[in-house]
Design a protein around this ligand. Structure first.
Ligand code: 2HG
Ligand code: ZN
Length: 468
């Protein structure tokens, strides 16, 4: 009986299996540094047939498989749960942009295409792939679909699952399902594509997808605003939404504390406003309409907000360079926070009107129960999604702080659930939120999911330890 590794190597061809300790170690570590579980080997198929062969061989041998794209999960969703036993199956070599249909506004991509490369392919055809996340340079299409990524344009275009028209998926037993249809209307029984989107690789491995595109905007207006309360942030949101909901592509919140972390840890940090404030908003309007007077709209809303005392100051990007600089402040928050020390990440959502109560209660709770932990809040406030992160006390031992992570998350989650929210708005469950999932999701909901998972993967080979 040939060794499993030999069989996999024969099936996947040259470069298809990595086993050297130094080569495979990075695939076992998540970018936050929470887990480091070296896989048994790394499998790198070139196509769906290769994925199917690998899964069939691993299923026969009873060896678990962890699918991995860009390995940018915030919740350790793409690294092994244990060391030395699981195979990581990397989709990195499946990275072709297969087709773009300009009339139907769809794009077909292999799972390993980085999100940014997919955006660029759309842009080259005058279209927009309306999914934007901080990790888009590394995150890949299979990963963003499998985790139902959200990000900065959810407000306008929905989450990753809302863009999925068709999928190709390989099941745990090696069955290949080709559902790569590009139809806006396809109402033929269970929406299987939606079952696999957000399943975190527990039901099958996404190998290719057809995504919906939008028309590329003809113009953007991007503004950075200073405000002195969260209530004012929501007031500004309502003003822009009332004025032109269709043009409001992003409405992002950055607390003064989060900006201070950027100021301390971001190279070339520069605040685009005259003075620091307690709260900031980065908002973007876009229009596909020819001759749209978007700039006038923005100026009028901001002038009224200034006069009514809703904002203290505002800057409008005057160039593409300035627009990029505004967004860099937003996109650098995770990295700045990582440099500042250990953090407990609470990716939570509440109905948008409850955001001020959420922030107020969480701050009071942290002061009372987790002395010294610094609340670093930012996020997609237009969706009610706040990254209510807690940064370790200055000078404290990171490991000691992280030992209290579960208790801190649960204290935040108790407040979130009181406000009818969710303990994971966009990052999913992975290995990090399994405790919260078991605690806050009722037995029937977990049982339905368990039955679905068992039906598709009875031997539990796919991404074990994730979700539940
Ligand atoms: C973002 O919105 C990401 O930038 C990351 O979801 C959030 O680092 C975080 O907690
Ligand atoms: Zn986010």
């Amino acid at each position: 009986m040939p060794d499993l590794i030999d069989q996999l190597a024969a099936a996947l061809g040259p470069g298809g299996v990595l086993v050297a300790a130094d080569e495979i170690a990075p695939y076992g570590a998540d970018w936050r540094g929470l887990f480091s579980n070296a896989p048994r080997a790394v499998l790198r198929p070139r196509d769906a047939a290769g994925v199917a062969a690998a899964l069939r061989l691993c299923a026969e041998a009873g060896v678990p498989v962890v699918p991995q794209g860009g390995n940018t999960s915030m919740v350790a969703g793409a690294v092994p749960a244990t060391a030395g036993r699981e195979m990581v199956l990397s989709l990195a070599r499946m990275n072709a942009v297969r087709a773009l249909d300009p009339a139907g506004l769809t794009i077909e991509l292999e799972a390993g295409v980085p999100l940014r490369a997919a955006q660029e392919a759309a842009r080259a055809a005058g279209a927009l792939l309306p999914l934007s996340i901080g990790s888009e340079g590394s995150a890949t299409i299979g990963g963003v679909i499998s985790t139902n990524a959200g990000g900065n344009n959810t407000l306008r275009f929905g989450n990753a699952r809302d863009l999925v028209l068709g999928l190709e998926v390989v099941l745990a037993d090696g069955t290949v399902w080709n559902g790569l249809r590009r139809l806006r209307k396809d109402n033929t029984g269970y929406a299987l594509r939606q079952l696999f989107a957000g399943a975190e690789g527990t039901l099958g491995i996404v190998t290719a997808a057809v995504l919906r595109l939008a028309r590329a905007p003809r113009q953007y207006q991007t503004c950075f605003c200073a405000l002195d309360s969260v209530a004012a942030v929501l007031d500004l949101f309502a003003r822009f939404r009332d004025e032109d909901e269709a043009a409001l592509y992003a409405f992002e919140y950055i607390s003064g504390a989060a900006m201070a972390v950027n100021a301390a840890h971001m190279p070339d940090f520069r605040l685009p406003l005259a003075a620091p404030a307690a709260h900031y908003v980065l908002l973007e309007l876009a229009s596909t309409r020819r001759g749209d007077r978007l700039r006038e709209t923005v100026e009028a809303v901001l002038a009224d907000a200034l006069e009514d005392g809703v904002i203290g100051d505002a800057a409008i990007a005057e160039s593409q360079g300035q627009r990029a600089a505004f967004w860099a402040l937003r996109e650098h928050l995770s990295e700045s926070q990582r440099r500042a020390g250990a953090s407990v990440k609470n990716d939570v959502s509440v109905p948008v009107a409850a955001v001020p109560a959420l922030l107020e209660r969480a701050e009071a709770m942290l002061a009372a129960r987790h002395r010294g932990a610094r609340m670093v809040a930012f996020g997609h406030i237009g969706d009610g999604n706040i990254h209510l992160n807690a940064l370790q006390p200055e000078g404290a031992d990171p490991a000691a702080f992280m030992a209290g992570a579960e208790a801190l998350m649960e204290d935040v989650n108790a407040i979130v659930m009181e406000l009818d929210g969710s303990f994971s708005a966009e990052h999913g469950i992975g290995l990090v939120k399994t405790g919260a999932f078991a605690h806050w999701r009722a037995a029937p909901e977990r049982e339905i999911m368990r039955r679905i998972r068992t039906a598709l993967d009875p031997a539990a080979t796919l991404n074990p330890g994730k979700l539940f």
